[in-house]
Design a protein around this ligand. Sequence first.
Ligand SMILES: Nc1ncnc2c1ncn2[C@@H]1O[C@H](COP(=O)(O)OP(=O)(O)OP(=O)(O)O)[C@@H](O)[C@H]1O
Ligand SMILES: [Mg+2]
Length: 414
Amino acid sequence: MTLDVLLISPSFPADNGHFTKALHALPGVRVLGVGDQPAARMEPEVRDAIDALHVVPDLWDEDATVESTRAWLGSMGISRVDRVECLWEPGVVLAARMRAAFGAPGLSVDQAKAFRDKDLMKSRLDEAGIRTPHHYRARTAAEVEGAIERIGFPVIVKPIDGAGSADTHVMRSADDVGPVLAAVQHVPEVSVEEFIEGDEFTYDAILAGGETLFENVAWYRPKPLVARQNPWISPQAVCLADIDQSEISPGVALGRRALRALGLETGMAHMEWFRSSKTGEAIFGEVGARAPGGRLSHGMNYSCDGDVFRLWAEAITAGRTEQSMEKRFNAALVFKRAVGPGSTITSIEGLDRILAEHGEHIPVVDLVPVGARRKDWTQVVTGDGWLVARHMDLTETLALADRLACDVRLESAR
Ligand SMILES: Nc1ncnc2c1ncn2[C@@H]1O[C@H](COP(=O)(O)OP(=O)(O)OP(=O)(O)O)[C@@H](O)[C@H]1O
Ligand SMILES: [Mg+2]
């Protein structure tokens, strides 16, 4: 029997292609792709992993996309599909609408909306008794000020459905209110939240039928907001080998409760949480019903020598896996950003020495080469390339990651 899986945006962003290939590699699965990227622009192996492709002019015109997909499926004699999946944040509600249209199980439109709207998300979690930052939605300056009065400084203001820490600002005192209101004037609706001081982590999970098949915690060094505001920093995300340790396990418990409260039973989730430096408690940040970005899925693979792309494919089709996925290493992803006023990379310093000393612990070196155009770090999390350091010992991993962050320099001279 063939299992029909409708995949939204099967080739973009790049990690989606890995999931698509993994799904196609399973026996008895037909991959039905719906996206806005034409086959000619896809990597050949991804294109070959899509059994039938429907290209739409505007994926985010949801009504039109659902209807043209209905006609396309109909032309193949298909009226129902077995699963609808989207591993990319903007398509999470569209996927739910497709499920409703084509009779597939999984998150409903109402459930999917709570994964997209940061205030609704937190309200649902509040109802379930989960600790979230105090939060209010605001559409006007007066509403922002009202929220500040109720929360007290410091507060953070961010778009209700933002990504990549864009338009996100902290207000520490009344002096910050004017400038921040001016800076977010173009954002139609914001979430005003209690600002949590402390370290920030991910909780990533793959589930099947309500059962958790895999969990991961990554430690952001520094917090994404700090990385976003300081271009000289090489941000790190460290997939931890030991997620049972006492500082981390409350975040894992929080993640499990949050996914249950929001109704995700099958698929992949990426949550962010804080460990309060005041109280030590785990506090919810945000959650997506999708894979993480920023190469984090690769980091998970390096931490357990497993394949999360395949694991997700197994989870949504068979509901189980034979892979062990046991954590064996701490795996630190380090993202580089070139320094200097130029537009191309002119030199890479400091790498050879670290590789000569520690090469066996550095499985990935993927930097923008000398002579190539530098990337816009405000647009791409991975910046001018990434490296991975992994080690069974966390202290060793962090030391090596810090050397890659500080001692490897990509120059962009004029
Ligand atoms: N309530 C809060 N307290 C402290 N820091 C916060 C809070 N909310 C957001 N931040 C900081 O701002 C960053 C961006 O916020 P958030 O993750 O909600 O938005 P995003 O733009 O969707 O992020 P992403 O980069 O994951 O797409 C967080 O990673 C965190 O560093
Ligand atoms: Mg975030």
